[in-house]
Design a protein around this ligand. Structure first.
Ligand code: NAD
Length: 263
């Protein structure tokens, strides 16, 4: 355990499922009080909230802010600050994917993807920074993607937003470098979450392949390890970046991608 994380307060966006849910629990396991956020079944979310709080002896609150809305996104952060006295750690993780040839890509999905994957990172960061700067401590970790560094066909809007997140990360890191606030991006390769399983069908359609072929010849082919990235592997980096030991790490995009972007 990193003792310095005990009683820090964290907000993890998009943490009712997949990577965000596991990141929220990893922070709770270090003794952080956590605000979880996201969509989904109310009873299931409440059961997860309660389970994480009880398992780790910390406070866990849920905020169902829709991050496609700028005001809601800022309110998520300011309410968390009011509830726990601070937002020390902000993990901008919520995101969506849609796989389609660009000439068939629906306009409304483009707008939604920009709003959730990119604009919400701006709105939450803007809301969190004044408090972080005034306390002289902050950790902002943005879940970008290997697609923040390299591209794949049929994912142009996603790739555009994730490249945007990496650029935003670098710029804000430079602005906050002397304030005790660090800003980094984590760039995962493929993790077996609902977001990935949900795109297998669309990719099969776009590429004229079976779903099994997509899994082996598209998804795992991108990763030299031929293994999905695990939640634990992402959490190890997240916790390090949020700890005092990570104080000199800022403005970087860290890959956890099984060697994908080395090619
Ligand atoms: P997921 O679909 O399991 O989880 C997405 C989360 O975002 C959920 O909690 C969902 O409720 C929430 N969300 C969706 N729309 C929202 C909205 N309008 N307002 C608030 N919350 C909303 O996906 P995941 O795979 O865990 O992805 C998490 C992040 O990791 C995303 O940014 C994704 O782009 C990124 N990522 C995933 C992979 C992967 O292989 N799974 C790889 C690289 C990057």
């Amino acid at each position: 355990m990193f003792e310095d994380l005990r009683e820090r307060s964290a907000v993890v966006t998009g943490s009712t499922s997949g990577i965000g849910l596991h990141m929220a629990e990893a922070l709770a396991a270090q003794g952080c009080n956590v605000t979880i956020n996201g969509l989904g079944d109310k009873d299931e979310i409440e059961a997860e909230r309660k389970r994480i709080a009880e398992a780790h002896g910390v406070e866990v609150r849920f905020d169902g802010a829709n991050l496609m809305d700028a005001q809601e996104t800022a309110r998520l952060v300011t309410d968390a600050e009011e509830a726990f006295g601070a937002v020390d750690i902000l993990v901008n993780n919520a995101g969506m994917q849609k796989v389609s040839p660009i000439d068939e890509f629906p306009e409304d999905k483009w707008d939604q993807m920009i709003a959730l994957n990119l604009s919400a990172v701006f709105h939450a960061t803007k809301a969190a920074l004044p408090g972080m700067k005034s306390r002289g401590f902050g950790r902002i970790v943005n879940t970008a993607s290997a697609h923040g560094l390299v591209a794949s066909p049929f994912k142009a809007p996603y790739v555009a937003t994730k490249h945007g997140v990496v650029g935003f990360t670098k710029s804000v890191a430079l602005e906050t470098a002397e304030s005790g606030v660090t800003v980094n991006a984590i760039c995962p390769g493929y993790v077996e979450t609902p977001l990935v399983t949900g795109q297998i069908g669309d990719t099969a359609k776009a590429r004229g392949m079976t779903e099994e072929e997509v899994k082996n010849e598209v998804i795992l082919k991108a990763q030299p390890t031929k293994q999905f990235v695990t939640y634990e592997q992402l959490n190890g980096l997240l916790i390090y970046l949020c700890s005092d030991a990570g104080a000199s790490c800022t403005g970087s995009a860290y890959t956890v991608d099984g060697g994908w972007t080395a090619q």
